[in-house]
Each structure stands twice: as C-alpha cells, then as structure tokens.
Design a protein around this ligand. Structure first.
Ligand SMILES: *[C@@H]1O[C@H](CO)[C@@H](O)[C@H](O)[C@H]1NC(C)=O
Ligand SMILES: *[C@@H]1O[C@H](CO)[C@@H](O)[C@H](O)[C@H]1NC(C)=O
Ligand SMILES: *[C@@H]1O[C@H](CO)[C@@H](O)[C@H](O)[C@H]1NC(C)=O
Ligand SMILES: *[C@@H]1O[C@H](CO)[C@@H](O)[C@H](O)[C@H]1NC(C)=O
Ligand SMILES: *[C@@H]1O[C@H](CO)[C@@H](O)[C@H](O)[C@H]1NC(C)=O
Ligand SMILES: *[C@@H]1O[C@H](CO)[C@@H](O)[C@H](O)[C@H]1NC(C)=O
Length: 814
C-alpha cells in the first residue's frame, strides 16, 4: 500500500525523494516491522493463511493463537462491501487479495459422502478456480450406509455415531486429495416423519421425538469429530453437520401442494413437544455448527424469515453458535410465489434480519446491494452473517495454513475410504436394522444346508443395485443385489429369478410365467416395495398400498407356491401390506428400508440364518384409509369430535398395520423391572419454591397441571430416578435386541400422548443369557407434555413405565 501511494504522488518532487528513500529502506529490509507487505499474488490460493506467504502471515485472522471470534472480526473488517456480499452465497468466490480461497458450502453426507450437492466429485479433482479436472479422481467410491429410516430401526446410538464418524473420515480423505472443496455437510435430516406419505421420510429417523433427537445428536457428534458423549477431541471440527429443515417441514409435493408454498399451521403445543425437540437437542447436546431453514411457511411466516425461530429460539434460548443456511433457493420464493415479501429486496431483508447467515442460491448476490441502497439491509447485518459463516470455516481448521499439513485431519488418506472396517460397518448397520415383521411357524431362517431345495427370487427390487441406496447417495464401494447375495447361499443354478413386474410401479405383470416358477420350486422369496420413482424429494405418495399390481402378484405367487413364501419389502415410508400380513400363504415378511451397499448381503444372511434380525419399526405403519386424512393437516393430536385420528403412535388411535417399535427376531426376549428407585411423587409437598396460585387447574378433568419451568431445574434434578430392566434371551440363538422403555398414562384425553418413548438401549445376548439395562427417568422430562401455550407441564395421576408387556406403576400426586 505504501509503495502504491508513492507512485501516485510522483508529480511532487519532494515526495519523490522521500519515496526513493522509503523504497530503498524497504528494499534493504531495514525497518521490517513497519513496512507493509507487498501486494499478494493475483492467483486464487488453494488454502487460506499459507505460512509461505509473508503477506497473509501477518494478519490476525491467520493467527491460530487468537480466539476465533477475534480472527473472524479481523477478517470481516478487511472486506469491502462487495466482497462481503459475495460471501453470502453457497459458492463463495475467493478473495485473492487476502489469500482467501473459494469455498463451496453445499455438500451432502446423509448416509455416506454423497455425489449430490456441489462440494464433492468422484470423477475428478477440483482446480483452483473450482472447475473439475475430469478423470483425476483417486477416490471413485465411498461407503454407502443404509438410508436413515432403516438405520434408525437398530435403536443403537453407538452405531449411528460410528457411522457418522466413518463418513467424516471418508469426507476428510476426499478433501485431502482435492476431491472436496468444502467440509460443510447438510445432514442430518431430523424432521419428524409426521405423515407416512412424505417422500423424504426415508431420510429421517422416523416419527418419535426422542428417537429423532438421539439420532441427530449421535450423528452430529460423530461427523464433527467429538466423542460419543460430546467432548471435544480436537480443537477443530472434523466436518460440519447441519440440522435440517428448521422446522415443521415434512411435505414435498402432495396432490400439487408443494413445499415451496405450503403454509404449515402448527400449534404451539405440537411445536413444543413434537417438532422442535430434535432441533433443540441437535444444538444443545450435539453442538451442531449449522441449521438449515426450510422452504415452507410456519403459521404464515417463511422459515428463513422467522426471527422467532432463527434468532430468538435457536441463538437466544439454545445458544446456537454456528451458521444458518437457507434451503436451496428458499430466499427467492419468499417474494415469488409466497408473496410474503413485496420486492426481491424485501425478501433479502426479511431473511437477513431474521437471522439467516448464508443463502444456498444466488439471490442475495443480485439483490443485497440494492436492498442496502434502499436502507432495507444494514452492513451490520451482513457482518453478523459473515462472522457466523467464517467462524465455521475457521473452526474446521481452514485458516490455519495448509489443512493437509496443519491440524488433526491432514493425514487422513484415501486408503481410509471404502476400508474394510467401513464396509463391515455398512453390513453391521444393515443387518442389525432390518425388521422381521412376520415369521409364521418359524419359516425363517431357511436351511443353509446344500440340499436339493430350489429357490425362486421374484420381484422388481430383487436385482437392482440402485434401489439399495435410497436418495442422497454416492457411488458405493461395492454392492451386491439381493439376488446375487442369495445366489451365493444356494448351489449354482438352483435360483430361478423373475422380475414379475415391468418396474416398481408394476403397471404390468407376467403372472403366468411367475406362477409357473413358483409352483416348481421349494421356496419363494419375493422382493417388492417402493423405490425413488414412488417416494422421493419433490414427490409424496397419495396411496399407502403397494404400487400397481404388486399386491395381486404377491397373492397369486403365494397361492401357487408349495410352501408359504417370504416377502421382502424395500421402502422408506410404510406400506399397507395387511393383505399379506393376514395371508397364511405369506409365511414371513422382512422390511429392509433402503439398506445401502451391503443390504443385499445383510438380507441373505438373515434369510439363511447367519444373522438374527432385531430391528424395530421407527414409524407407525398405517392402513390405506389413513389417506383420507389430508397430508396438509399438521395436527399431531386427535380430535375425537371431528373424527381427526391424530398422528404417530403417541396419538393415533386408529387401526394399524404394524406398530411403532414392532419387530420380531429368531429369539424371544422376556423383561422384568428389577429395581425402580422411586414410584411416588408429590409435586405439591416438594414443590416449595412455587406459590400454589401459579398452578393452572385443568378444569375439564380435575387434574392439576404443574409447569415444569416453575418446578425449576433444581427440583427437577432431584426427582430423577433409576429404573432397571432385566432382559433375557429365552430363545435358542444369540441376538442383538433393542429394549424400548415407554411411559403410558391413565389420562384419557386428546392432548396427552397415549404412550411415549423415554429411553432405549440395545443389548447383545446369547441364548439363555440375561442382562440388566438401567434407565434414568426424569419426571419433569419424561412424564411431561406440552400444554396449549407450548409450555411443558406434568399432570398428577397414574403413570406406568412400560417395556414390552411389563408395566411398573408410578403415582404422581398433586
Ligand atoms: C462427474 O460426476 C458428477 C456427479 O458427481 C456428474 O454430475 C458429472 O457429470 C460427472 N462428470 C463426468 C465428466 O463424468
Ligand atoms: C469435465 O467434464 C464436464 C462434464 O462433462 C465438462 O463440463 C468440463 O468442461 C470438463 N472439465 C475439463 C477440465 O475437462
Ligand atoms: C502449518 O504447518 C507448517 C509446517 O509444519 C508450519 O510451518 C506453519 O507454521 C503452520 N501454520 C500454522 C498457521 O499453524
Ligand atoms: C436330491 O435329490 C435326489 C433326486 O431326487 C435324491 O436322490 C437325493 O437324495 C436328494 N439329496 C438330498 C441331500 O436331499
Ligand atoms: C375439535 O373439533 C370440533 C368439531 O369440529 C371443534 O369444534 C373443536 O374446536 C376442535 N377442537 C380442537 C382442539 O381443535
Ligand atoms: C416366541 O414366543 C412366541 C409366543 O410364545 C412363540 O409363538 C414363538 O414361536 C417364539 N419364537 C421363537 C423364535 O422362539
């Protein structure tokens, strides 16, 4: 800068002399400490704060000894307004003058490093300018774990954590070899799977708030490089996780109503005890470094313009300290088609003032400058946004010099992608999650012995690699179709295969051929269900039955077969298979979600008894007549007087095809409560710190309601007790078994959950082995529900802790 000023001043003779002297001193390096560094090279850098660059070395934002808030403040203070605006979008351009490289914020990693998003390439490396150098990729595939709805069925938080950790390792390895240009991943999806028709329900851990919260926390901790219990291992994030989509977002396109315009009418009550808890735990316990705001409106306000959600709740109440990103192109829709904003500038102003920090999409590039000129946006708001986003880049270690040399994750190499360990984990995840729904007369497992038995495999999902992966997939390390995996168990030539349907939509079937095959063989395995043509992003289902002629094909085959058949269902959302459930000629039913790259093998192992299934459904399987309920009706709670049935196992009282938590195994398990340290509570007596008149009386049911917030943390902590359950494997083979602890009440009203999951733990038990599982029960947390104002309350009354058929009574007196 000094040298430039001298050049401009050459018309003044005296200045020339001073400048000459000054320049000479500079060249001699005599006053090193006061001399500004030379201009940086114009080339975009590969990484920030290169220690070989004397220029950037001196900037406080490059000093790893300083706290990140100081570094970020320094960096943002150096940016021009145009540079600032340029950084508000997902594809952030470089700022070569400060040695800051380009950065791509949008990467996906739902169940493995994904080929979707902009940040990762399996077919090339990224050049400095962000273009892809085709054919230069070292890593051509990554481990594809099961789709989340299946992994959830393991009810095993350690497993979820280990998967996320493996994904983070593979992501860093790809980043280190130049195949990633960002380390911010937009996963997990922790929206409640409220309606069985939702096309993206497959991406979620299901319908229960505790299950979803626990999944989210485990995933975030694993991906970001924390310990299972949430402690930091490194002072840098291994990768950044993003909890999406904030909030009450669970409709894509149902009968033409789309996520872009849908206005979700959500009660304070449902928000408080259904939709928000996963996000709260993701922030408070997972310490997620990002939240994504959703497309839809909630009670009239677009999620990304929702100051109450983004700023008051997430940052204020939950102390969120990462960046808030919009879903892709969620900003323009606030103007058109939502018409919430009157001009594009108003849309940009609405999101920036509400607390959104980064846009996925280019709209802010076009309209922020004019919004500032119109005084709708202040530079201060942009500074806040950039501080939040840049601080995550810094927490990832991307301003500490070459991230492949400096920091904890630079040594992770490509040999760690698709490692044997990760592929075994993908198999473990699939086989421990698959759910056995029916097994009449212990038809399964089939005998492995190489007898003369012949097997037919029938169905449109039997020989497809694609269907195993679900959505947001990457390229799998290796995968085996279900047909190929079953083939490896049977003597050559003894499997007869037919797809049965033209495709998964099954608009035409070849009944005669298939029935002929079924008649000839000893055993039939049918592999039916859905795929991404039936349920996906931007496509919700309108029916719950199997597509096209699948059900009639199953019936015909079952009728013709010598023995009851085995039905395997691949699908994310539930299907109404009550006809097969009730058909004695269908002996066994297995649900395998979309089981990932090792899913074929996992199914074959289960079918032939090399693995004992233990998964349990993370969602209610509703009958077809549930489709009479509009998907747009967000209410969780039933309304008996209007005939609205309510949603999920917590509130829905109608007929079910299969229940949440249901799942068989090749063993049986028995339970017994062996020790419960408390069974009586008297809220009023022990409730010394709160005056009696603040307790609201529920007039209808003559029940006292105690506000949890008034009971206070100290009181609540003191009420915690322990419940120990003895679990015994009474069967003949070993198994991994999730123990689910629910609470149930006697209160009969529409507002109170009939049942609520309050804890789960997975145990490995040999035949005849028993073990004890201890749960910590907190009355304030576990016996409470939200009232109409969205406050957590406890009713006095009789409660039961429930495991399987065992119940233990807990009395809560007023
Ligand atoms: C590289 O992969 C991406 C998806 O990851 C794809 O969109 C692109 O077309 C591929 N390019 C080539 C040259 O194959
Ligand atoms: C790589 O392939 C893509 C897609 O085919 C193409 O658009 C791009 O120009 C290629 N890049 C190079 C450097 O060849
Ligand atoms: C990065 O590592 C290099 C080589 O070990 C070292 O010289 C440099 O000081 C480090 N940079 C930072 C910012 O820690
Ligand atoms: C296989 O079938 C043949 C002919 O039907 C029979 O003789 C033989 O005993 C069978 N083998 C076994 C192991 O069942
Ligand atoms: C339940 O439905 C009835 C009849 O439509 C209606 O009057 C009442 O307000 C509803 N209750 C709730 C809590 O929505
Ligand atoms: C488990 O117990 C039920 C009921 O007693 C019985 O019908 C079933 O066969 C048992 N299953 C196994 C695998 O032992």
């Amino acid at each position: 800068m000094g040298a430039q000023k001298c050049e401009r001043a050459t018309h003044l003779p005296t200045t020339i002399i001073i400048c000459l002297i000054f320049t000479t001193i500079l060249q001699l390096g005599l006053v090193n400490s006061v001399i500004p560094p030379p201009p940086p090279p114009p080339q975009p850098p590969l990484f920030a704060c290169d220690s070989a660059n004397p220029h950037t070395k001196s900037y406080p934002f490059c000093n790893p000894q300083l706290p990140i808030n100081k570094r970020v403040k320094d960096l943002v203070s150096r940016l021009t307004l145009d540079e600032k605006i340029s950084q508000l979008t997902n594809s952030a351009p470089p700022i070569p003058r400060l040695g800051v490289p380009a950065y791509e914020w949008w990467s996906e990693s739902l169940h493995g490093v994904s080929r979707h998003g902009r940040g990762y390439r399996f077919n090339g490396t990224f050049a400095k300018d962000g273009s892809v150098l085709n054919g230069t990729a070292t890593v051509k595939a990554a481990t594809m774990f099961p789709q989340i709805i299946l992994t959830a069925s393991s009810f095993d938080s350690q497993l979820w954590y280990r998967i996320a950790k493996a994904i983070a390792t593979e992501a860093r390895a790809m980043y280190n070899v130049g195949q990633g240009k960002g380390l911010t991943f937009w996963a997990p999806n922790i929206n409640i799977f409220r309606d069985p028709r939702w096309g993206r329900g497959q991406e979620t851990p299901g319908e229960d708030p505790l299950l979803t919260s626990t999944y989210g926390v485990s995933y975030v901790r694993g991906l970001q490089g924390y310990t299972f219990h949430g402690d930091k291992i490194s002072d840098r994030l291994q990768a950044s996780a993003c909890c999406k989509h904030f909030t009450a977002h669970d409709l894509d396109n149902w009968h033409g109503i789309t996520r872009f315009t849908f206005d979700a009418e959500v009660s304070k009550q449902d928000l408080a005890d259904t939709f928000q808890p996963p996000f709260q735990s993701c922030v408070e316990q997972g310490h997620a470094s990002s939240i994504m705001c959703a497309y839809n409106r909630v009670n009239g306000i677009p999620s990304c313009a929702h100051q109450d959600f983004l700023t008051d709740t997430a940052r204020g109440k939950w102390h969120f300290d990462g960046y808030i990103v919009s879903d892709c192109n969620a900003v323009p829709i606030i103007y058109e088609p939502q018409k919430y904003a009157k001009t594009p500038e108003d849309a940009v102003a609405a999101v920036l003032s509400a607390g959104m920090d980064l846009e996925c999409g280019p709209y802010t590039q076009t309209y922020t400058k004019s919004a500032i000129n119109q005084k709708k946006v202040t530079e201060k708001q942009i500074d806040r946004a950039l501080k939040n986003s840049f601080s995550v880049r810094m927490r990832l270690g991307l301003f500490d010099g070459d991230p492949r040399i400096n920091g904890s994750f630079g040594k992770i190499g490509p040999e760690q992608v698709c490692s044997e360990e990760h592929q075994n984990l993908a198999l473990e995840a699939a086989q421990n999650s698959i759910v056995l729904l029916k097994n009449n007369n212990n038809l399964l497992p089939l005998s492995k012995s190489k007898t003369n038995s012949t097997l037919a495999v029938i169905g449109p999902n039997a020989d497809s690699l694609e269907v195993l992966l679900g959505n947001y997939e990457g390229f799998p390390c290796k995968s085996t179709t279900i047909l190929q995996a079953l083939q490896s168990y049977v003597e050559m030539g003894t499997i007869k295969y037919h797809s049965g349907c033209n495709a998964v939509e099954c608009s035409s079937v070849e009944v005669e051929q298939v029935v002929e095959i079924a008649k000839e063989v000893d055993y039939v395995v049918m592999v039916m269900g859905l795929d991404q043509t039936q349920e996906r992003e931007k496509l919700d289902r309108v029916d719950l039955v199997l597509p096209g002629m699948q059900q009639s094909l199953i019936a015909s085959v079952a009728e013709a077969a010598k023995k009851p058949i085995v039905l395997v269902l691949l699908c994310g959302g539930p299907v109404d298979v009550s006809l097969s459930r009730d058909d004695n000629k269908v002996g066994s039913i297995l649900w395998a979600g979309y089981p990932g790259e090792a899913g074929g093998l996992a199914l074959a192992k289960i079918i032939f008894g090399d693995h004992n299934p233990g998964g349990k459904l993370p969602i209610t399987w509703y009958p077809q007549d549930f489709t009479e309920v509009p998907m747009t009706d967000m209410r969780m709670r039933p309304n008996k007087s209007s005939g609205y049935p309510g949603r999920t196992y917590r509130f829905y009282q109608g007929k079910k095809v299969y229940e949440f938590g249901y799942g068989l195994s090749y063993s049986n398990y028995s339970y017994k409560f062996t020790s419960v340290t408390r069974d009586k509570f008297s809220l009023n007596q022990e409730f010394t710190s709160v005056s009696r008149d603040k307790i609201s009386l529920n007039q209808e049911s003559d029940v006292n309601q105690f506000l949890v917030s008034q009971l206070g943390t100290q009181f609540c902590d003191k009420q915690k007790f322990s419940a120990v359950v003895r679990v015994k494997n009474t069967g003949k083979i070993a198994g991994k078994h999730p123990v689910l602890l629910f609470v149930r009440t006697d209160l009969q009203n529409d507002e109170t959950p009939m049942k609520q999951l309050i804890g789960f733990e997975s145990v490995n038990l040999n035949a005849e082995q028993e073990s004890e599982v201890e749960f910590s029960v907190s009355p304030c947390e576990h016996l409470s529900k939200a009232n109409k104002d969205g406050e957590m309350v406890i009713d006095n009354g009789v409660y039961f802790l429930v495991v399987g058929e065992e119940a233990y009574q807990i009395n809560v007196a007023a």
